[in-house]
Design a protein around this ligand. Structure first.
Ligand code: DHB
Ligand code: FE
Length: 255
């Protein structure tokens, strides 16, 4: 038996009862609600539904104890064993004429010291808003648009790729129906790059970067942190520059 599981479960139940009472929910409404949840379960969308509403809240809680770079939502498409890359993510032949970006920046400790040999997992969407290595996205080889970048002796990293696009979370099932049809909202996320930064002895961080000018940054179906993670529009020739620096606190500070 776990005291924590018990307490949290009882609080969830009590908070839900408060909502039912506040809105004088009727028995037919109650049935409709749980039938929608049953449909969500059948569609395999329980993780999606929970993530859409609550992942960002758990990230906010994590950020209260963090020094240095803020954490952002991870999303469902991280792949464990992405290839080590050297300066450029693999680009599919059919995407060769897509606009380019360069991800660059520095990893430091909260003591200000550059971190050599940090490993940054990056992953981002294809120009159609899919992720590689994900069965339901059509099994695009996972070598594309994801990889592990390492920092050099001065803590710097640099890696070229193509631009990701605004992404629509799966919206053909019950979760999309809830967000769009029943709640009048939408299922878009701003175009983004995901990062997971690891370094020996330091607390890892999962982050994201958004592109200035994207209409969904402050209107994100997943509440992904907004302009805090936005990178100002900058170009090197016709290559969009995404300069993102990371600051990691000592691992010992982890709770
Ligand atoms: C989802 C997809 C993402 O790429 C992301 O960053 C967050 C959420 C999703 O489909 O739920
Ligand atoms: Fe994503």
């Amino acid at each position: 038996m776990s005291e924590r599981v018990k307490e949290i479960t009882m609080d969830i139940v009590e908070a839900t009862r408060d909502v039912l009472r506040k809105h004088n929910v009727t028995f037919p409404e109650y049935r409709a609600g749980f039938m929608h949840l049953a449909k969500t379960q059948q569609a395999g969308e329980i993780p999606l539904l929970i993530d859409v509403f609550f992942n960002s809240t758990v990230v906010d809680i994590e950020n209260k104890t963090r020094k240095g770079s803020r954490a952002a939502i991870q999303g469902p498409y991280f792949v464990e064993d992405a290839p080590l890359v050297d300066g450029q993510l693999a680009i599919r032949d059919e995407d060769n004429d897509q606009p380019r970006m360069v991800m660059r920046g520095k990893v430091k400790g909260t003591d200000g010291q550059p971190v050599a040999g940090a490993v940054i997992d990056v992953w981002h969407s294809t120009p159609e808003g899919r992720y590689s290595g994900i069965a339901k996205h059509g099994e695009i080889d996972k070598k594309y648009y994801r990889g592990k970048i390492t920092t050099d002796a001065n803590g710097n990293y640099e890696c070229y790729s193509i631009l990701p696009v605004p992404y629509q979370i799966p919206n053909k099932g019950p979760t999309g129906q809830l967000l769009e049809e029943y709640m009048g909202g939408h299922s878009w996320r701003p175009a983004h790059i995901h990062y997971w930064v690891h370094a020996d002895g330091l607390r890892d961080v999962i982050s994201q970067a958004y592109f200035e000018g994207d209409q969904y940054i402050e209107n994100d179906s997943c509440n992904g942190g907004g302009s805090e993670f936005m990178v100002a529009e900058a170009y090197d020739g016709d290559v969009r520059v995404m300069e993102v620096n990371f600051e990691l606190e000592p691992a010992a500070a982890k709770m």
